[in-house]
Design a protein around this ligand. Sequence first.
Ligand SMILES: [Zn+2]
Length: 331
Amino acid sequence: MDAKALETEAQSAIAGAASPDELEEARVRYLGRKSELAQALRGVRDREAGMTLNALRAALEGAVEARRAELERAELERTLTEDVVDVTLPGDALPLGHLHPITQTRREIEDAFLGLGYEVRDDREVETVEFNFDKLAFDPWHPARSHRATFFFDDNRLLRTETSPSQIFALQEHEPPVYMVSIGRVYRRDDIDATHYPIFHQFEGLAVDRNITLADLKGTLLHFMRTIFGPDRRVRFRTHYFPFTEPSMEPDVSCGICGGAGCRTCRHSGWLEMGGSGMVDPRVFENVGLDPEEWSGFAFGCGIERVAQLKFDFPDIRALWEGDLRVLTQF
Ligand SMILES: [Zn+2]
C-alpha cells in the first residue's frame, strides 16, 4: 500500500466533503473497519510500518474532526442569516387554565362585601360542639347535633356544619361594631345528589352595631344580589326559623332567567331561594358577653355552590367536585 498516495487521496476527499453526510462517507471509506488503512494496520509486521500507518490514521482522524467543525460552523451561520424567524407570526396557543367556578364565585362574593367595608375571614374547619352549636343557641334537641347529620371525631370535636362559629370568634375578638363575612368549607352527612354534596362552601355575614334594623339587612342583601347577579334583581323575605336569629327569614332573589314571570329554573314562582338570614338572637349576644339592649345586628348565609349554580346555570353541583375538564372549561 502506498501510504503517501492514500493520504493525498483521503485528505482531498475529506476537505472536499460538502456536507456531514459526505464527510461520514469519506471517513468510512478511509478510516472504517473495512478500509484499506485498517486492513493494512491489521497486517503490520514491523514496528516502523506500524508507526507510519498509525501516524497516517491520526492525521486523517484529525482532518475529519476539523472538517466536521467547519461544516457545523457554516451550517450555524447559514441558519442565522437565512432562517430568520418572523416574530410577528402567531405562535402555538398554550393551553391556559382558569380559576374553578367555585373560586371565581367566592372571589366575587368577597369583592361584593369588601366593597361594603366588611372584613373577610375563613376560620378553622374542625370545630367543637361549644362553638358549632352551644354558643350559637342550637337547642339540645336540634337534629344537626346528631351523629347522623354531622361528622363527629369524638363527643366534642366535629367538622363544622356551617361557617357560623365565625360569628362568635368575631364578636369575641373585638368590640362591636363588627362587619364581617366568613367564607369557607363546611361538612354535612348529606347523600350525594344534583343539589347536595357532603362538602360544600358557605359564606356568612354578620353586622353588629347600634340601632341595626331589618331594613339594613334587606338593603345589604339587595346590594349583594345586584352585585353578583345584575342591577335589575329584587329581593323578598319569607319568614323561617334558624337557631341563632330572631326573627329569621329566607331571602329570595328575583329569577334572572324569566325576570320574575316564572320559568323552569325558578319552578314558575319568579323567585330563587338564597339561603337564610335574620336578626341576631339576643341569646347569642349574651353568650359572648354583649348587652342585647345596647347592640343589635343581622346575619345571613348561603352556599357558594348555590350562587355558582345560579350564576352559571349549572344543572348538577356534582360536576363542581368531579374535576372533569370537559365541564370545567365551559365556565
Ligand atoms: Zn324564572
